[in-house]
Every structure is written in C-alpha cells, then in structure tokens.
Design a protein around this ligand. Structure first.
Ligand SMILES: [Mg+2]
Length: 243
C-alpha cells in the first residue's frame, strides 16, 4: 500500500536514499528526468506545498534539480528556504570543531569534507576502513563537542557535526507552520537515522510518514527502494494532472 497524495497534502521528501539511489560520492547521484518532472507537477498540484528535507546544502539540492527550486530544508535543518524563497540559516559551527573535522579530512586519504556552512560532513564511502579511526576521534573529542553544543550525527558513510537543536524535525515543524504548508496534511518520507527526528515529531503535526528500505518507528508505510518511491510519485503526478 502506498500513501495518498491529495490536493491538501504537504509533502516533505528526503533526497538521498529516498528519491535517489545512493552513489559512490554525493556528487555522482543521478536525478532521472521523470522524477524532476513528476515533482514539479506535484508541487503545482499542491500549490507549492512540497519541500525537500536533506543533509545536502541548499546549493547542492538546487544543482541536482535545477531549474526546479521548491521550498527546501538543507544541511539537516541548518538552512530553511520557504516557498517564497526566503532563507533562514543557523549559525556556523565553532572554530575548534571545524579544525578537528578539517584535520581528519587532511590526514586520512579518501575522506571527503563537505562544508555546508552551518554543518560539516566527513564522507568516508571511499575509505570505509577509516570508520574506526573516525569513531575514536569522535569519542576523543566528545567532551569538547558537548561543551560547544555540537551534535555528531552518524549517517550512511558520513559523520556530520552540527549545532544541537538544529535537525530535520525542528525544521519541518517550522516550515509546516508557514504558507502554503500550514493547515495541510503532512506526509514525510525518509530512509536514514537523520530522518528519525522528523518521524518523532510527526504525531505533533498530525502527519504521516513512509520509510525506505527499513521500518522506522512512526512510519506508516514502507517502500523497498528509491525506485519504488519514484514510481509512486510519477503515478501520483500523472493522476494529479487529470484532476
Ligand atoms: Mg536519505
């Protein structure tokens, strides 16, 4: 069974692992043209109440889906762009934390450091053997992170530092109160641990959720793969057009 998208839905969608298949590096993902088209149609159908919710920066999101530029939550809540295009950003990370992440990227071959302004992400998909080293580095600096109010997030082949209290869930709650999302039935989809923050607040928003590849608490529907999600969205867009 798939979730229903009606004209009164507010659709919040994670990107990597939910809409798109994961690639060896974040730059190499491919956006199928049918997906962009389907999302644009759905966004029109929902009067703009469609938003991406991603760990990527807004810049990176826009590069993927250009020229489509809907509302979006970037860097796990560090950046929020409303449907009107106005952007709110959280503060950058403390210097000391940035130095630790930069140092690791410089010293371990194969690591990619992604600077998202309000967050830093270390990608180790090309150097999986570095994972234990990274874990012990995170452990070593745990007290510093704590005192600097920085939260360390473990995703799929990525470790990310960002300010505490800034997460996808908080950001979705903020965006859900704005036009044209306010008053609509929230539907969120995600595949990763960073999406759990959204699933957690869905009951407060009276929303529904779907997960991809695994069952998450709070997700009423499961899709096997991003491909299954794309098929569902493409069908929903085709039906929306007929109405
Ligand atoms: Mg994801």
């Amino acid at each position: 069974m798939t979730p229903a998208i009606t004209a009164n839905t507010a659709l919040f969608l994670d990107i990597d692992g939910t809409l798109l298949d994961l690639a060896r590096t974040p730059d190499r993902v491919k956006v199928p043209r049918e997906l962009s088209r389907a999302l644009e149609k759905l966004s029109d159908h929902l009067s703009g109440a469609l938003a991406f919710v991603s760990g990527r920066s807004l810049e990176s999101i826009d590069r993927l889906f250009a020229p489509f530029r809907p509302a979006a939550i970037g860097t796990h809540g560090g950046e929020i762009r409303g449907a009107d295009g106005a952007i709110a950003r959280s503060q950058p990370l403390p210097e000391k934390v940035a130095e630790i992440f930069t140092g690791l990227a410089e010293n371990i071959p194969g690591l990619l450091l992604e600077d998202k302004r309000s967050a830093l992400a270390l990608h180790y998909r090309l150097a999986p053997e570095a994972h234990p080293v990274l874990l012990s580095a995170m452990e070593k600096h745990a007290r510093l992170f704590e005192s600097e109010n920085v939260h360390i997030l473990h995703g799929k082949a990525v470790i990310e530092a960002r300010r505490r209290g800034v997460d996808k869930g908080t950001a979705v709650a903020i965006l859900a109160k704005q036009k044209p999302f306010a008053g609509r039935a929230v539907l969120f989809g995600g595949d990763d641990t960073t999406d759990l923050d959204v699933f957690r607040i869905l009951p407060q928003l009276g929303g529904e959720g779907f997960s991809v590849g695994q069952q998450f608490p709070g997700a009423g529907y499961i899709f096997d793969s991003p491909l299954a999600v794309r098929r569902w969205l493409t069908e929903a867009a085709a039906e929306a057009q007929v109405q």
